[in-house]
Design a protein around this ligand. Sequence first.
Ligand SMILES: [Fe+2]
Length: 357
Amino acid sequence: MSLFIFIEALPAVGTSIYLMFFFSRLIKYFHRMNVLLYIIIILICLALCIPAINFFNAYSFMYYYFVAFCALFGLISHFLKDGKVKLLFQSGLLSFVCLALVVAYGWMNMHHVVRTDFYVSSKKVSDLKILAISDLHGDEVITSKQLEKYVQKMNKVKPDLIALAGDIFDERTRKSVMIAQAKTLGKLKSKYGTYYVYGNHDDQKYGNTMNSNTERFSGSDIKEEMEKNAIRVLDDQSVNVGKNIVVVGRRDASYSRASSQNLLKKVDHNKYIIVLDHQPLDMSENAKNGADLQVSGHTHGGQIWPIGYVQAIATKTMRYGVKHIGDFSCVTTSGIAGWGYPFKIGAKAEYAVIHVK
Ligand SMILES: [Fe+2]
């Protein structure tokens, strides 16, 4: 934990030193610097950077974007002649405007849920339509009332099968909301039913540190509510669906779980094998062990650009889209909402419709 705080503090301290130079240069345009001004600048920069030490809040995201814009415009200003335009670039004003635009775009993008169609091929099934929803994260962005509307909209897709690919709830979701949203998701209609796997956030294992007044619930509470609403919970389990489909639901990778090999050796390989795994992991293993399709979420498509790209490289996985390995395909959706911030900059908020042809 202390190492993580150190990793979070390092960029905050580094950028605050940059901001000190930035503000000093700006003030020098108007006033001769003195000790008092330096102290004031240091105090302002500390006040700006300290809340950013916690990555997981909206302020941190805005702080780093602001510093990045300041650095970019500061760099450009070196190529400009002395004058008003150069001062504008070095003033931080443009950075504020750009930050405001990014925040406005991110907020609108997060609250504008779209349908995204993905296409994969198979020799085992001819025309299968799967609706995949992941990363709702409770009512953080989409209220229960809005979810009702989205469910009505998604029912127009008329899918054969529905996958709830994890992080439908999180540690900020109140139990009453979990119950209400499970009921709403139970209204999704399809030929073969709805199948749910846990994500890393669903059972609130990260604790209630963000909101100690939330009503708590456990993974088994979710299972109870899902099953009340005819949603099948798959926790390292598989189920035969229709005549020629198997759905294998994996426990989230943040827990100890059955291997891909152990899970897939138990299923009929003549059937079309769909693996639901919240995080887009073990793709090569699933391909090697006979799976046909993997449906994942978790990445939010890179909710805050460019973190998704960094995460995908660091974790050697994928950020978004479709990955093919031989006849196997993995679809990673960016999710219907997101976590932690009401902004989505690196990807769209979506429900995925996967067409298997
Ligand atoms: Fe997740």
